[in-house]
Design a binder for this molecule. Sequence first.
Ligand code: SF4
Ligand code: SF4
Length: 165
Amino acid sequence: MLPAYKQILQQSISQKEETKKFLHKLKRAKPNDLDNNCNTLHYKAFENIDCLQCANCCITTGPLLLHKDIERLSQSLSMRQAAFTNQYLRQDEDGDLVFKNMPCPFLDEHSYCNVYEARPNACREYPHTQQRKIINKLDITFHNSTICPAVAKVVEGLKKIYGNT
Ligand code: SF4
Ligand code: SF4
């Protein structure tokens, strides 16, 4: 990860407690306004952040895989679904299917996704700050603010808009 991105994350991690309280209070914001502000901040953040210079979500977090994801991925790898599941997946403590090991087995040494066209839906949607109804995703946004430098920048921007107390 680029040192500049690490620095963004370190700063965000150091403000974790304050961010947790802030995002909790943000649940009272007007949902549409919050979506609009969040979306604007999301695209602004990604003007300066290149996922290929980061890959932290693929290194540390990984997606939950649904049946459709397994179907699509196993087909793209010309594998049977059972063989794909056996080789790559495990059940987590909540019973969800996740990759056995992180970094993700499909992340290459240049931070490219080797299954990009067939990647799980959760990978397509990450880090969620571009989606609508962000009001329902503030807990995951808090979590992601310590993983994704773009989310850290979005949260920083939200604090400027909505105040920090
Ligand atoms: S499938 Fe691709 S996008 Fe998803 S975690 Fe793995 S490398 Fe990243
Ligand atoms: S989505 Fe966030 S954590 Fe993932 S590679 Fe892009 S900037 Fe990094």
